[in-house]
Design a binder for this molecule. Structure first.
Ligand code: NAP
Length: 414
């Protein structure tokens, strides 16, 4: 089945049932990509904590069978390419995988390995929960009010790769077409890019966000857009969001307008409020009134900015988990990069990857193990036993190595 991979001889494959629900065996085979730079350090830490939590929560009845697959520098060494077909096939086959950060190859024909993975596997939603852990140094006054989940569209918008260099033949042809056929006024010395936003990609993303809100008893879904300026792309995203809420979830959702017109601003029990905010306003809303936001759905670029800004509010990228989810597969990942200057020093904070592992456990339906990790992490931070990035802002902290931090969490599992 694979060119160079040997799957584990024990463990079972996760299957998909009708309605895209996973059927997860007690011994799932889960592929992992260790990642480049600090990847090996944080992956070792993450694996230790996840295995300990699963063992603790299910007393040996459940166990993950890890399966190493390759992307980035390690793939280059094994295969002579950055993103082998084997890797895509393994993620598609086993449905759920986790990865460390990857170096973006310069001149390898890729814009980014991460973007390629998302597009090739149709992992159309980038999901980023942003929440605060007590004790983490944060730059805002009330970080404990932050608890929202961002669903960022992953496949289109200005990330589609449709752009042409200033002066190129393609750019000149496109500019001439725009100016001559569509009577636009584009300067001849422009570089040009195209921003496609489709009904298909918008509705499936927003549908997933609303379904998440329903499954996790969240109170609202906010559509973040710049539709006042880009009416037919960002504005359409908002309109299609309201449409899919009415089409697919008429009983479970209510719009913010209906809320004020018919219910005095108070949501009826069990109804999820669908609202929208213009992107620039949303940045200040999340700083000033974060508790009013719960689930956020956004086109690609807005979502990219919002995710990192949100992560900064609760203590930075070292603590921010993420996942790329499609209908057929899900890939969980650290949201930061490879931090090459810290590679192989056993130094950095593995929390981003560990919390991505928590999202993965939740995705499998293994909530008890997920909760155990969160409590273990929370307790370790409250004990002020932390890695350098947190220790430098935390008075009285005990500085731990990456591996020591993982062991402390494992020992603190509830
Ligand atoms: P980066 O690797 O995220 O590192 C920037 C800084 O963030 C580090 O110097 C460090 O800050 C802090 N940091 C990152 N991870 C941390 C951790 N686990 N614990 C503590 N601190 C952490 O960003 P970059 O230097 O811009 O990018 C390096 C490479 O990563 C590039 O090749 C880029 O393309 C790639 N990248 C990959 C991904 C991905 O695979 N998902 C994402 C982004 C970037 P201090 O220096 O203050 O300690």
């Amino acid at each position: 089945m694979f060119q160079k991979l040997s799957p584990p001889t024990s463990g079972e494959t996760i299957h998909m049932e009708t309605g895209n629900r996973l059927r997860v065996p007690d011994t799932p085979i889960l592929p992992f990509i260790e990642g480049d730079g600090i990847g090996p350090d944080i992956w070792r830490a993450c694996r230790e904590v996840l295995d300990a939590a699963v063992n603790k929560a299910y007393a040996g009845k459940r166990k993950i069978h890890w399966f190493e697959i390759y992307a980035g520098e390690k793939a280059q060494a094994h295969y002579g390419e950055w993103l082998p077909e084997d890797t895509l096939k393994a993620i598609a086959t086993y449905r759920v995988a986790i990865k460390g950060p990857l170096t973006t190859p310069v001149g390898g024909g890729f814009r980014s390995l991460n973007v390629s993975l998302r597009q090739l596997l149709e992992l159309y939603a980038c999901v980023r929960p942003i929440r605060y852990f007590t004790g983490v140094p944060a730059p805002v006054k009330e970080p404990e009010k932050v608890d929202f989940v961002i669903f960022r569209e992953n496949t289109e918008d200005v990330y589609s790769g449709l752009e042409w260099k200033q002066g190129s033949n393609e750019a000149m042809r496109l500019i001439h077409f725009l100016n001559n056929e569509l009577k636009a006024k584009v300067r001849e010395d422009s570089g040009v890019g195209i921003k496609p936003i489709s009904i298909t990609a918008s509705k499936r993303l927003i549908r997933m966000a609303i379904q998440y809100a329903i499954d996790h008893q969240r109170s609202s879904v906010t559509l973040v857009h710049k539709g006042n300026i880009m009416k037919f792309t960002e504005g359409a995203f908002k309109e299609w969001g309201y449409e899919i809420a009415k089409e697919a979830f008429p009983q479970q959702t209510i719009t913010e307008d209906e809320l004020w017109q018919n219910h005095d601003g108070k949501a009826p029990a069990g109804k999820i409020v669908i609202k929208d905010r213009i992107a620039d306003n949303m940045f200040q809303q999340l700083l000033i009134r974060p508790h009013e936001y719960d689930v956020i759905a956004s086109p690609n670029l807005n979502g990219d900015y919002l995710s990192d800004a949100g992560a900064a509010q609760v203590g930075g990228l070292g603590m921010a988990p993420g996942a790329n989810i499609g209908d057929q597969a899900a890939l969980f990942e650290a949201t930061h990069g490879t931090a090459p200057k810290y590679a192989n020093q056993d130094k950095v904070n593995p929390s981003s990857l560990i919390l991505s592992g928590v999202m993965m456990l939740e995705h499998l339906g293994w909530q008890e193990a997920a909760d155990a990790v969160v409590q273990g992490l929370q307790k370790t931070i409250q004990q002020k036993r932390v890695t350098y990035d947190l220790a430098r802002h935390l008075e009285g902290a005990t500085l731990l190595k990456c591996s020591e931090f993982a062991t402390a969490i494992s020992n603190n599992l509830a």
